[in-house]
Design a protein around this ligand. Structure first.
Ligand code: WT7
Length: 568
């Protein structure tokens, strides 16, 4: 049994007050994630402990103690405040995984503003819709991304400030732009942390849905209560661990478990600001003696592809606990990792909306490769009959994954979109939008999403967003976007297109369309294939039947299409 107690024990005696007590928090107290992740750790006498080991693209390494990250987040917070950023203003972080991203995130929270991290590979359009929706007041970015911001700034009347963290003085700054260099600012030793409370907003993460624009998921400072305890019990973080979360903070894993969870526990964490390569990853683990690793199935499958020989070139004996999230973790990947690392990757399941891990393989639990595990203590999870929204009485049936609302890290609403938020609840349950079954022993087995959203390499892509981008091209009459199978990414994006009369299909047509949408979408959302067709299958009311195209790509039974045609 691990030091955190057995799963069954924990479930029996569970209350979120366990987490509140460990964090010295009582209902009604002030609570600020930025303070908890830095000042509190220093107050506990761990200020000189290494908080952050960072490695950049060219191999340069930087190390920061908890005192350093406390001061750096103070300095950024004070700077933003002096620039007129007020509590609840949205401040966008549009940065690669540079140290300023991590310290800026905490600095924004410390002054009571709302952090809006956006993945730095986003194209103009993706950035624009998310900043427009949030009415973002300031954006923190770096030189290499400034061109994107400049191209869309005129469409963002709320945007008052553009802060550049690595300005080199070579080109003149434009209107609203200000240089901010962390190492040239006077370090701020003391900052008045804003008096945020449990329900004060903290983070706004955007996620893709089937229809409409991306939704802003609003989180609050009280989410810490879930993030702290799940980091301790599921990621099994111990005082002397060296932890590596491979996710980018543009996505929720990179904030909940790449900033908040580990630092609120005072754990040393590493970041590699570099694209994927098996060799670079193994070298990183070996060099920093990483013991706890949180990654994703697509990365694991890519490591599998690189082969066992690549593993053998390195001493990876520091690894103690491996965890995964974001997409289905296939049984082969679990079995492979057990063989080559001597440890299985343990699957965890959750969403941007849930804010923290909901279902997972607990450290002391028997692993059933291919299963997501069981609900975290205190989480009431069920599989509902889609017809009645009642939990199935018997095991083995496939239905909707649902949770009883009320855990601390649950989203509080979709930004400016209360209606869509409310539609996520049925019969007293929060509906995740995923499907699974539960076996006799209470293990959850993921079967797929309950909507048309595509999960490619762990990133959700809305078919609607891709279709909209395609439709803006002068050649395109209609489009339908679905997933097709892929060995590494599980799913990739495929677009079906009908062209306007007179447009010819040749290699050039495809290239022109691809180049056009590349500027609008993130690289993750780019179709891997475009198929030109004469017409698209439609329902009688004229809606495109993505389901039919999807079934064709996956070689699934299409069933009775006449009923499909009757669908509204
Ligand atoms: C969707 C949430 C919060 C984690 C990062 C993704 C899928 C997530 C698993 C898993 C199968 C999974 C679901 C979920 N997903 N974890 N272990 N097995 N599917 O956050 O972008 O909000 O995506 O990712 O479909 O709803 P997200």
């Amino acid at each position: 049994m691990s030091h955190i107690g057995s799963y069954d024990e924990r479930v029996k005696n569970f209350s979120w007050s366990i987490s509140e007590k460990e964090l010295d928090y009582k209902p009604g107290d002030l609570i600020n994630i930025g303070w908890y992740c830095t000042d509190r750790i220093c107050e506990q006498g761990k200020g000189d402990k290494t908080a952050f080991i960072w490695e950049g693209m060219t191999g340069e390494e930087r190390r920061y103690t908890f005192h350093d990250i406390r001061r750096a987040s103070n300095t950024i917070g004070a700077f933003l405040k002096n620039q007129g950023i007020r509590p609840e203003d949205r401040v966008c972080l549009f940065l690669d995984r540079v140290p300023e991203l991590y310290f800026g995130f905490l600095g924004i929270l410390k002054i009571g503003a709302i952090a809006q991290p956006l993945f730095s590979a986003f194209g103009d359009e993706a950035l624009l819709v998310r900043m427009k929706d949030a009415q973002t007041k300031a954006i923190i970015t770096q030189r290499k991304h400034i061109a994107k911001v400049r191209r869309i700034r005129d469409q963002l009347p709320w945007l008052e400030h553009i802060f550049i963290v690595d300005y080199d003085g070579k080109h003149p700054l434009q209107e609203k732009e200000t240089a901010f260099a962390l190492d040239r600012e006077k370090p701020v030793e003391k900052l008045d942390v804003y008096s945020t409370q449990a329900e004060s907003p903290s983070v706004l993460h955007y996620t893709s849905g089937t229809t409409g624009q991306p939704k802003g998921v609003k989180h609050v400072h009280y989410s810490l209560i879930s993030q702290y305890l799940t980091s301790k019990w599921v990621l099994d973080l111990h005082e002397d661990d060296i932890y590596w979360c491979t996710a980018d903070p543009g996505w929720v894993t990179g904030t909940s478990y790449g900033i908040i969870g580990p630092w609120s526990l005072g754990i040393t964490q590493c970041v590699l600001d570099k694209g994927f390569s098996a060799e670079a990853w193994y070298a990183f683990i070996e060099k920093h003696k990483i013991s706890v690793w949180y990654s994703a199935p697509t990365a694991i499958r890519s490591l599998m592809k690189a082969g066992e020989e690549a593993v053998k070139k390195h001493d990876l004996s520091s690894l103690r606990h491996l965890t995964s999230v974001g997409e289905p973790l296939n049984a082969e990947a679990v079995i492979w990792s057990e063989k080559v690392f001597g440890l299985p990757f343990l699957d965890t399941y959750w969403q941007t909306e849930t804010g923290s891990i909901m279902i997972s393989n607990y450290p002391d639990m028997r692993v059933k490769p291919g299963s997501m595990g069981k609900p975290f203590p205190g989480i009431e999870a069920a599989v509902l009959d889609p017809a009645t929204h009642e939990p199935f009485k018997e095991p083995g049936k496939i239905g909707l994954i649902a949770f009883k609302p009320g855990w601390p890290a649950m989203m509080r609403t979709y930004w400016n979109n209360e209606e869509t938020y409310r539609a996520k609840f049925k019969n007293g349950w929060y509906l995740s939008g995923d499907r699974s079954s539960i076996d006799k022993e209470g293990y959850f087995w993921f079967t797929g999403r309950d909507d048309d959203v595509i999960n490619t390499g762990g990133h959700l892509v809305s078919p609607f967003e891709v279709e909209s981008a395609l439709l803006e091209h002068e050649f395109v009459a209609e489009s339908a976007v679905v997933s097709k199978p892929d060995e590494v990414n599980m799913e990739v994006v495929k677009a079906f297109i009908t062209l306007k009369p007179g447009v010819e299909t040749n290699d050039d047509t495809e290239l022109k369309i691809m180049n056009f949408i590349r500027k609008k979408l993130s690289p993750l959302a780019m179709p891997q294939e475009i198929e030109f067709v004469d017409s698209l299958p439609k329902t009688r009311s004229g809606k495109i039947m993505r389901r039919l195209l999807h079934a064709r790509e996956w070689g699934e039974e299409i069933g009775d299409t006449s009923t499909l045609e009757n669908e509204e």
